[in-house]
Design a protein around this ligand. Structure first.
Ligand SMILES: [Zn+2]
Length: 199
């Protein structure tokens, strides 16, 4: 049997990154599978996810799959575990380089997150990998403080965020409660916009 047929099965699901300039997947996550992202109206997206022990087996591996899946989608700034079919309270966010970013903590992965402070709402356009056909205008707190655990750690971390980063944190926490941005648009008649499709 040729040697390559002995490769670990997970390699069979790896995207072909051999032609990607610089690769969209860092070396750290190179062996991690990119998961399929569920889209509306998949019923799992409407379920409430459960708290997990951040140090439980598999939590760090799931975090790596979340990050890898987020990185594999150009322009994606956040992804929550239920979007890949795992109903546990974990998400990742990274708004680095986005044009609407002010505060930026870089890559943030939180388990059992909760909002501990928030200010008044502002309206901003947002989108979601699970809602591929639309963007929408949604009112969310302008600034937030969010606490949660890092995967594999029992240390509570606290993120103070504004602008794009605050919006993303709240959007991802909503996913953990089974809420999509389409449930929150300012005006269901006027606040959803078809995404432009090219080609
Ligand atoms: Zn989303």
């Amino acid at each position: 049997m040729p040697k390559h047929l002995h490769a670990h099965p997970i390699d069979a699901h790896r995207p072909d990154t051999s032609t990607a300039p610089n690769g969209t997947i860092s070396g750290t996550y190179r062996r991690v599978v990119v998961r399929r992202v569920l889209t509306r109206p998949n019923a799992l997206l409407a379920r409430r996810s459960r708290d997990i022990d951040p140090r439980a087996p598999g939590v760090v591996a799931l975090a790596e799959e979340l990050v890898t899946t987020m990185r594999a989608s150009p322009g994606c700034v956040g992804l929550a575990a239920p979007q890949i079919g795992e109903l546990v309270r974990m998400f990742c966010v990274d708004v680095t380089g986005h044009r609407k970013t002010k505060s930026c903590a870089g890559l943030v992965i939180l388990v059992n997150p909760r909002v501990v402070e928030r200010t008044e709402d502002v309206v901003m356009r947002e989108g979601c990998l699970s809602v591929p056909d639309f963007t929408g205008d949604v009112a969310r707190a302008a600034t937030v403080v969010v606490e949660g655990f890092e995967p594999g750690s029992s240390t509570l971390v606290r993120i103070a965020a504004n602008a794009m980063e605050a919006r993303c944190l709240l959007h991802e926490i909503d996913h953990l409660d089974g809420i999509l941005f389409t449930d929150r648009v300012v005006d269901p008649e006027k606040s959803l916009f078809a995404r432009k499709v090219f080609g």
